[in-house]
Design a protein around this ligand. Structure first.
Ligand SMILES: Cc1cc2nc3c(=O)[nH]c(=O)nc-3n(C[C@H](O)[C@H](O)[C@H](O)COP(=O)(O)O)c2cc1C
Length: 194
């Protein structure tokens, strides 16, 4: 256990979108290892209110085409150019897609936010795992993805679809994006009760 190494992983994690994924496939064992790390997230009353579904086969292209049509209909050409529309038709072709499903634990009767917070911890575990494996990844809960999941992921009554965790090996020439953070001074205060 090493704080510096952990800090490096946390600060290196980022969202890498599917345009930047190469066609190298992620093997099943690696996918299982990443999802296993999700299962080690903390949950209040150990409810583990999640399941994950690997969307494969036609899903990559079908999701891409669904996204393209969805945004073509929703946005004007100025907001969503024809060029973007064409590129979106194959957007997820190289992505490994993990559907994130919230399975509420009825017995525990926890507030929903606690269960969703736990799932967020699980997804962060996958995200950090991908970082150490040199895999690009991100959580996609965009309008089209949510619609697609609700339609094509089989959900039990009471379950909720929470988006797709995208994963892929990153192309060599992919841009090195690093998004900024606000400074600690704006986000941390000390409440000193005397
Ligand atoms: C719950 C959640 C949902 C997200 N959904 C989307 C999404 O639908 N589309 C997208 O481009 N990024 C999505 N993101 C990624 C964020 O845009 C990204 O984390 C943020 O811009 C910070 O960038 P970074 O991850 O590279 O640090 C999502 C992130 C979270 C935590």
């Amino acid at each position: 256990m090493n704080f510096e190494e952990l800090t490096k992983v946390i600060h290196t994690r980022k969202s890498t979108y599917a345009y930047d994924y190469s066609d190298k496939k992620i093997d099943e064992k690696t996918i299982e290892s990443v999802v296993t790390n999700a299962l080690w997230a903390p949950t209040h009353l150990a409810t583990q209110p999640w399941r994950f579904v690997v969307l494969e086969g036609k899903h990559q292209l079908d999701l891409s085409q669904f996204m393209a049509s969805y945004y073509r209909e929703l946005y004007t050409e100025k907001q969503f150019s024809n060029e973007r529309y064409e590129a979106t038709k194959t957007y997820a072709k190289n992505a490994t897609l993990i559907g994130i499903v919230f399975t509420p634990n009825k017995k525990a009767k926890l507030p929903e936010w606690e269960e969703l917070a736990a799932i967020s911890c699980a997804v962060q575990n996958m995200w950090l795992s991908c970082t150490t494996l040199d895999l690009g990844s991100y959580w996609d809960s965009s309008l089209a993805t949510m619609e697609y999941g609700k339609e094509y992921v089989n959900l039990e009554k009471d379950e909720q679809f929470l988006g797709i965790f995208f994963m892929g090996y990153v192309k060599e020439n992919a841009p090195q994006v690093r998004r900024k953070r606000k400074p600690l001074s704006k986000k941390l205060s000390w409440n000193n009760k005397i």
